[in-house]
Design a protein around this ligand. Sequence first.
Ligand SMILES: NC(=O)C1=CN([C@@H]2O[C@H](COP(=O)(O)OP(=O)(O)OC[C@H]3O[C@@H](n4cnc5c(N)ncnc54)[C@H](OP(=O)(O)O)[C@@H]3O)[C@@H](O)[C@H]2O)C=CC1
Ligand SMILES: O=C(O)C(=O)[C@@H](O)[C@H](O)C(=O)CO
Length: 271
Amino acid sequence: MLNNGVTMPTVGFGTYQVPPERAAELVGLALEAGYRHVDTAALYRNEAGVGAAVREAAAEAGDLRLRREDVFVTTKLWNDRHDDARAAFARSRETLGLTTVDQYLIHWPVPSADRYVHAWRQLEALYHEGAVRSIGVSNFTVGQLERLLAETDVIPAVNQVELHPYLQQDDLLAFHAAHGIVTVAWSPLGRGACLHDAELASIAGPLGVSIAQLILRWHLQRGTVVIPKASSAERIAQNVDLFSFRLDDETMARIAALDRGDRGGPDPEQM
Ligand SMILES: NC(=O)C1=CN([C@@H]2O[C@H](COP(=O)(O)OP(=O)(O)OC[C@H]3O[C@@H](n4cnc5c(N)ncnc54)[C@H](OP(=O)(O)O)[C@@H]3O)[C@@H](O)[C@H]2O)C=CC1
Ligand SMILES: O=C(O)C(=O)[C@@H](O)[C@H](O)C(=O)CO
């Protein structure tokens, strides 16, 4: 549950590097596998395919017969549009072909440009007008969140950040918890880098789950939303099959011990 009462499913399908021409197919597979949350961005150039799959699933003629409101769709404002967020949002909504966007995020704070507060005020206006059901940020540090809280009115519903066993960001998560901000883990599998870890393999084997399932379950038990990306029906289905096992405290502690502060993606303070 977000801080404005809107419900966001805890497992979403990530679509970075999903080619535009495969987006509708892969998102369709994800919806069939049980995902009810899809993460895209203007940057990914696949909003059209994402929206088509969601519309198809909601169409009378479709097999799934989902209602539009059953699927939570997030998209994001790219870095060169902080001064023009309203127009960028209109473009994303049109490309998605959806009347309602469930969540709109500032993709990166880009502190060197120092326009994210201005961008946030535009997202606040869109939210107050009812154009989007929730607004949030991505890749924000504690300091940048503190500035938003001090200078603007709406507390971000989420902060979507890089998070996986090699980059656990405990201090940021504590700040989110203290302010009612939901944490969304991007690259929850370390973009694949964590999937070859010997310690994780030694935990997953006896549990009878894959390393990907182990990591995703660890995120969920930490209270973070996950948005893994995968490109095959089998991996897509595996990554949402997370609710038939539970990790005990000792296992959670073993995974906590793998933190190295290792970023796979850009450092948000250096942009
Ligand atoms: N806000 C932001 O700045 C950012 C947001 N994101 C979002 O987060 C999402 C997820 O992050 P992403 O960087 O894609 O990385 P992930 O951590 O989700 O890892 C994806 C990689 O793991 C592989 N993989 C997935 N599931 C399995 C499995 N069960 N078994 C084996 N391999 C698997 C995929 O392979 P394959 O595809 O070949 O199946 C792919 O190579 C993105 O798609 C995007 O939506 C990502 C980066 C930045
Ligand atoms: O996937 C995203 O949302 C991004 O912002 C990516 O560009 C990410 O920053 C990355 O890892 C680029 O190498």
